[in-house]
Design a protein around this ligand. Structure first.
Ligand SMILES: Nc1ncnc2c1ncn2[C@@H]1O[C@H](COP(=O)(O)OP(=O)(O)OP(=O)(O)O)[C@@H](O)[C@H]1O
Length: 350
């Protein structure tokens, strides 16, 4: 008996390299972009899992792969225990839906909201034809928009209202898993809270399981049960949100979480970009030299890590079993850090 709704196993998504004029001139071979490079992750039923990391760490690519927009280079995605095939059935497509950062670019500007919803409901045969209007009205009610919104086009809405339309469109397909990719980062701060609250309400009302991708640590801290930290295509730490934020063990997580105000719901500036203090240049050079000499791959964070040591010339293994409820971190320091922070294991979500 498992309470997992989604599991990602060894997932990779690499992009072909961009060959520049300089590469052509000098005959150099650019390397492929390993945007997602061996991710193991589980999402439990009814849980909100935060996915954090700075820009370019691969969060959106991972989310898009899960929803089926990017075919994986390697690995599998399981939904309710079943491996999802390359070509998903309509029911499998419906089960995992995404809410995008910029709803404007994902909505057809020429169609009214009513037309968009009717098209989806009819295509997926979710309600009898004569019930389409009624279901559309229900969806407006669910996302807090008036029924008259059905007659309006995307440009007639404010940013927050457009995001509500984007959410209604995702919900029209009756998903059980919702991936929200930076759903509030394009909105005014005053509107962000209302959309966050809407997500929390919908999750409870509709019994959804949610992956919430965000730069905004304060929001993640507020709404996510567990959090996974991504760095250069890999998950470097996972744990229950409270523990991970209060006692981060991976140096990257420490920087990421330390760079934001502790106050939940704070409207202060939040930075996801982190810079390590550069006082370990000699060690970094030593790590790079020894990796080159021995043909090893250094830890991906070694070139920025404030805790870098000689052992970082060898990349730490991927996180162990993501089903382990204990907090996990892929770092050579973690056994030592874990000793310092005390008992590390904690019960997983039920
Ligand atoms: N379609 C694509 N083709 C080529 N490279 C891509 C594509 N999509 C993403 N990438 C690259 O993959 C890497 C990860 O990007 P991704 O958008 O997944 O990161 P992210 O963590 O979501 O960043 P952000 O928070 O800024 O959206 C980046 O180097 C990006 O340039």
């Amino acid at each position: 008996m498992t309470n997992e709704i989604l599991a990602v196993e060894g997932l990779a998504r690499h992009f072909a390299p961009h060959v520049s004029v300089i590469d052509r001139l000098f005959g150099t071979k650019p390397t492929e972009n390993r945007a997602v490079d061996g991710v193991d992750l589980v999402l439990h039923k009814g849980e909100t899992l935060g996915l954090v990391g700075e820009s370019g760490s691969g969060k959106s690519t991972l989310a898009r792969a899960i929803v089926g927009l990017h075919p994986p280079t390697a690995g599998v995605i399981r939904y309710d225990g079943e491996v999802l095939p390359a070509k998903r059935t309509r029911a499998q497509q419906r089960a995992i839906q995404m809410v995008f950062q910029d709803p404007y670019s994902s909505l057809n500007p020429r169609m009214t909201v009513g037309q968009m919803l009717a098209e989806l409901l009819r295509f997926h045969k979710l309600v009898p034809r004569d019930k389409v209007r009624e279901r559309s009205r229900e969806l407006m009610h669910l996302v807090g928009l008036p029924e008259r919104a059905l007659g309006q086009r995307p440009r007639q809405f404010s940013g927050g209202q457009r995001q509500r339309v984007g959410i209604a469109r995702a919900l029209a397909l009756e998903p059980t898993v919702l991936l929200a990719d930076e759903p509030v980062s394009a909105l005014d701060v005053s509107v962000q809270a209302t959309i966050i609250n809407l997500f929390a309400d919908l999750k409870d009302t509709l019994d959804l399981s949610v992956i919430f991708v965000s730069h905004n640590m304060a929001v993640v801290r507020q709404i996510c049960d567990r959090t996974a930290v991504m760095y250069r295509g890999r998950i470097v730490e996972t744990g229950s949100t409270g523990t991970l934020f209060d006692d981060p063990v991976h140096p990257y997580t420490r920087l990421l979480t330390g760079s934001v105000p502790r106050l939940v719901g704070s409207e202060g500036p939040v930075r996801a970009e982190v810079e390590a203090e550069d006082d370990r240049g000699d060690v970094r050079q030593e790590v790079a030299a020894s990796a080159a000499r021995d043909g090893t791959t250094p830890c991906r964070f070694a070139d920025r890590c404030p805790s870098v040591v000689a052992e970082c010339a060898v990349e730490p293994p991927l996180l162990p079993d993501p089903r382990d409820p204990a907090r996990l971190a892929a770092c050579v320091h973690v056994p030592r850090l874990a000793e310092v922070v005390g008992a590390d294991a904690e019960p997983g979500p039920t």
